[in-house]
Design a protein around this ligand. Structure first.
Ligand code: SF4
Ligand code: SF4
Length: 104
């Protein structure tokens, strides 16, 4: 499982690099984020949730039931909108309130 960072969308805030528990993300010479050693990414999605402009997408392979889809997250105050985009463009959105994170 790995992520993809869009250089076109990235604004170079560095939040993903700070949050990655494996220190796998860095800012390059252009100030844009990139992942080093993508094979070490274990798909925790922390960077995906942290990016304020949805520049990071996680690949959802068949093993994750995603059949090649991509996952991005849009924050809206305490709400997290988990957006799954399938290869044919179809989208599914799951909204969770981060205040409920420890509820269950
Ligand atoms: S998904 Fe987790 S491990 Fe992978 S790059 Fe993002 S923060 Fe790091
Ligand atoms: S959090 Fe998003 S915008 Fe900020 S550096 Fe990372 S990819 Fe770029």
């Amino acid at each position: 499982m790995s992520i993809e960072i869009s250089k076109e969308i990235c604004i170079g805030c560095g939040q993903c690099a700070q949050i990655c528990p494996g220190t796998l993300i860095r800012l390059g010479d252009t100030g844009k984020a990139f992942i080093s050693h993508a094979e070490r990414c274990w798909g925790c999605a922390s960077c995906v949730k942290e990016c304020p402009v949805q520049a990071i997408a996680m690949f959802l392979g068949e093993d994750a039931g995603g059949l090649g889809g991509r996952l991005t997250v849009r924050r809206e105050n305490t709400l997290l909108h988990w957006i799954i985009t399938m290869p044919d463009g179809e989208k599914q959105i799951i909204t969770l309130d981060s205040r409920d994170a420890n509820k269950y």
